[in-house]
Write a protein that binds this ligand. Sequence first.
Ligand code: ADP
Ligand code: MG
Length: 466
Amino acid sequence: MDDHLWERTLDAVKEQVSLRVFDAWIKPLRPAGPVANDQIELLVGDPLTMDMVQKRYGAILESCLASEAGSHVQIAYRLAVKGSEAEVADRPEPPEQAAPAGTPRALDKSDNDPDGVSVDVVVNPLEGTGLDPRFSFESFVVGGCNQFVHAAAERVAERPARAYNPLFIHGGVGLGKTHIMQAIGNRVARTHPGLKVLYISSEKFMTEMIHSLRSQGIMAFKEKFRSVDLLLVDDIQFIAGKRATQEEFFHTFNALYETSSQIVLTSDSFPADIENLEERLRSRLAMGLVADIAPPDLETRVAILKQKASMVGIELMDDVAFFLADAIQTNIRELEGALIRVSAFASLTHKPITLGLVKETLRDLVKGHDKQVTIEAIQKTVANYYKLRLSDLLSDKRTRAYSHPRQVAMYLCKQLTSHSYPQIGQQFGDRDHTTVLHAVKSVEKKQAKDANLAEELESLRTMLRR
Ligand code: ADP
Ligand code: MG
C-alpha cells in the first residue's frame, strides 16, 4: 500500500482550494488507516466539520484521491473518538470571549513556534471582519419583541448556510438589527475560526464598489466579497434606486448563495416594501427567512436598561429604570442615550442616580410626560398645524395635502397614547387597523431621511406636551 497517498492527495487538494480553506477544513483530516477495498476512512473532529467537508470539499477530495491512487477510492467520513484519535481535532480552540476590537490576541508561542524561532504571530479573529465584539448574543436582551429574530439568528450562527439562507431582518430604527446581525458574526468568528466573516453596511458596499471601479480594482472587489463564508449586509434599503450597486450586489448574492455561503441582511422594511428595488433582487432577499424586530415592551426596555447600566458598572434602581423605560418607548438607542446622559450627570455632580436626578437631567425629554395626551387632542393639534379642518383630516380625501397630516396624526397617536391600532383606526373615521399600521410605518421610515418631517413631528410633540 502506498504510504504517501494521503500526503500526495493533500498536496493536490491544496492546489485547488484557498489556503484558508485548506488549513481550516482539509489539513485537520486524518485517514484512519490505509485504503482497503477501494475505500478510505477519514477521521473528522466534529459533526459540523464533517458536514462542511463532505458537502463543500468532498468532490474535490475524491477526485484528487482518485488521480493519486490511479483508481476511484470511496471516502467514508467518521467522527474521531476523543483521546486516541483526538489529534484530528487540532484546530485552534476558539477563545472563550471575543477579544475587544483592536486588542489582538497573541497565540501561545508553542502553537506556532515549533523550531524555537520566535515569531510574533498575532491573531485577532475579528480583524478585517468589520465586527464590534460588544454586539454579542450575550449582551442582547431577549423579549417578546425580538424572540423570533433572536432564535433565528442563533440557528444561523450555529449552522451557517444550513439553517436559513438568507436571513433577512427588518424593523424600525434603533431596535437592535445591527446588534443581532453582528452577534451572528461574532459568534461564527469565534466558533468557526475557519470561516471568513465580513460585516458591511450597504452604503459602504456601494462606496467600495465605486472606488474599485475608479481604481480599476473591480476584480479585487468581487473577489473580496465572493470569497467570504458569512456576509452580513446592514441597511440594505440604501441600495434602493442605485442601479449599478444593485446589479453588483445581485451577482455577489448569487455567487455566495451558490457556494453555500451564509448571507444575512437587515433593512428598515419588509422586502416587498423597499421602493425602487429591482424585482429579481427583491425576490432573492425574501427567499430565505424574513424576521422582524418589533419595538420592545416595557419589561424588555427595563431589562435592557439594567443590562446596559451594569455593563458600565452602574446599579439602576427599579423606579429609575421604569421611569426611563416609560419615557422612551420606541427606540433603544435613545433609551441608551438617556442612560448615558443620566450617568454622566450623576458622575459630574457626584450625586447618586435617583428618580429626582433623572427627572432633572431629562427635563426636556420627559416634560409633559405625566400629562395624558388624547387622540382628540392630537387630531386637533395636527389639523391646526397643517391648517386643515378637523373633518377634512378625518375624511376620505386622498390627496397628499390631507393624507400626509392624517398619517402624521395616526403616527403620533400610536406614539403618544396607549391605544391600539384598531382603536386609533376607529377614531379616524372607522378605518381599518392596517391603514393605521401602514401610516405609522411610513412615517417612521420617512422621518429618518426627511429632515422637514422630523422637524414637523418635533414641533407637534412639543405643542402636545404643553
Ligand atoms: P438598529 O440597527 O435596528 O437601528 P442597533 O442594533 O444599532 O439598532 O441598536 C441600537 C442600540 O440599542 C445598540 O446600542 C444596541 O446595543 C441596543 N439594543 C438594541 N436591542 C437590544 C437588545 N435586545 N438588548 C440589548 N441592547 C439592545
Ligand atoms: Mg443599524
